[in-house]
Design a protein around this ligand. Structure first.
Ligand code: SAH
Length: 376
């Protein structure tokens, strides 16, 4: 078995599924299988950070574990609580890179938004993280540990109920870490998140959407963000590889489970993707497979050429969908005083000028008239 190790050759325990942990303990340490259940529970129910806390494990085994394995894979760095309670937690990786998770509390649920990569390679034109480029993939343990350590840090008062892979990175650009991480989070003897409460969001990598459907029962969200190839090619360059026709066909073929629907995320960009025609095309898209729509007001950031659709216009857009029987919600913008809102993750120091894709001719005048335009 190939377990992930740190630079000192220690196995990252939170990078193993329960089955893998069992195999490793039996084959490498000569332990009995029941040990795996005990240790699993220390890792995910008690969420300990040291082997000495595993009091029902013999001293000899603990000593062996200390030598060969490691519990925490990331280190808490900073915590920033925005006025609305949205909390940005940052973590330091072994590499020295800093990643972010965001807690979004609400009356009904406490959602943790986690990262899957340091930076991102997709170059979506409206996203702040895109401007870091891709620095590094996270391993399984670094993804799972964001959940475990956030739980530990937040304490008893805030019970995490939902996990969304909507932080830094394109999860399906790192499927070998992301898919096992979802399985670990949903393990009923461990973190025990229900499959309806773990959602992975993708910009639309078609082969990995198919693989995800086969290998995990976690939920799928797709950042649609446009209803034509003309606009999507521009604002989400990944559309040139997997155009709307292919993406939507993949969503038709997706193995939906009982009551499962894909979430279509749609960032509202003024004058770009928010016309009546867009709303009508979006309605017909939603008719093709079980889906719901989440409209996201655009969160502005330095150097962006975009503006958000105004609130009243977002409501009008939502109303068109709603009147056609589409299930639609408008995401509340949260935590923006701490730069913890969608598409704002990553520290300003790592920014560079966006790699601008040329806007289609008919948008150029409008963009220029707002402010930044094609200026750079
Ligand atoms: N790479 C994945 C997950 C990260 S982005 C994906 O693309 O789905 C999570 C969501 O935030 C996506 O729906 C994305 O379209 C949206 N987003 C990105 N930048 C944004 C911004 N500046 N304002 C609002 N939403 C943004």
């Amino acid at each position: 078995m190939e377990a992930q190790c740190d630079s000192e050759g220690r196995v990252l325990l939170r990078g193993l599924t329960r089955e893998q942990l069992t195999t490793w303990l039996v084959e490498e340490l000569g332990e009995k299988p029941f040990r795996a259940k005990q240790i699993w529970s220390w890792l995910y129910v008690r969420m300990v950070s040291s082997f000495d806390e595993m009091t029902d494990v013999s001293k000899a085994t603990r000593a062996l574990l200390k030598e060969r394995a490691r519990i925490d894979s990331i280190e808490a760095h900073e915590k920033h609580v925005a006025r609305d309670g949205t909390t940005k937690l940052t973590w330091r990786l072994d590499s020295g890179a800093i990643i972010e998770s965001v807690l979004i509390p609400s009356a009904k649920r406490n959602t943790l938004c986690i990262s899957s990569q340091v930076g991102c390679a997709m170059n979506c034109q409206f996203c702040y993280t895109a401007r870091m480029g891709l620095a590094q993939n996270l391993n399984v343990a670094e993804i799972v540990d964001q959940v475990v350590q956030s739980r530990r840090l937040l304490g008893e008062d805030i019970q995490l109920t939902n996990i969304v892979f909507m932080g830094m990175g394109e999860p399906f650009h790192n499927p070998n870490s992301v898919i096992p991480a979802t399985l670990i989070m949903m393990d009923r003897l461990g973190l025990d998140f229900s499959q309806r409460r773990v959602t992975v969001s993708t910009s639309g990598l078609v082969p990995e959407i198919e693989r995800f459907g086969r290998e995990t029962r976690a939920r799928l969200a797709v950042s649609l963000n446009a209803t034509t190839d003309e606009v999507r090619d521009w604002i989400m360059p990944i559309n040139r590889r997997y155009p709307l026709g292919v993406l939507l066909e993949t969503l038709e073929q997706y193995p939906y489970r009982k009551n499962e629907r894909v979430t279509l995320e749609y960032v509202m960009l003024r004058g770009v993707n928010d016309t009546r025609e867009d709303a009508r095309r979006l309605v017909s898209i939603t008719r093709r497979f079980p889906s719901k729509v989440n409209l996201i007001p655009f969160n502005p950031h330095d150097g962006t050429e975009f503006e958000s659709t105004r609130r009243a216009d977002i409501d009008r857009f939502a109303q068109i969908l709603f009147s056609q029987g589409v299930s639609v919600t408008v995401r509340q913008t949260r935590g923006d005083d701490g730069m913890a809102a969608c598409g704002q993750l990553g520290s300003p120091g790592e920014r560079r000028e966006p790699k601008r894709m040329p806007a289609p001719e008919r948008f150029r005048e409008a963009l220029a008239s707002w402010n930044v335009g094609e200026g750079s």
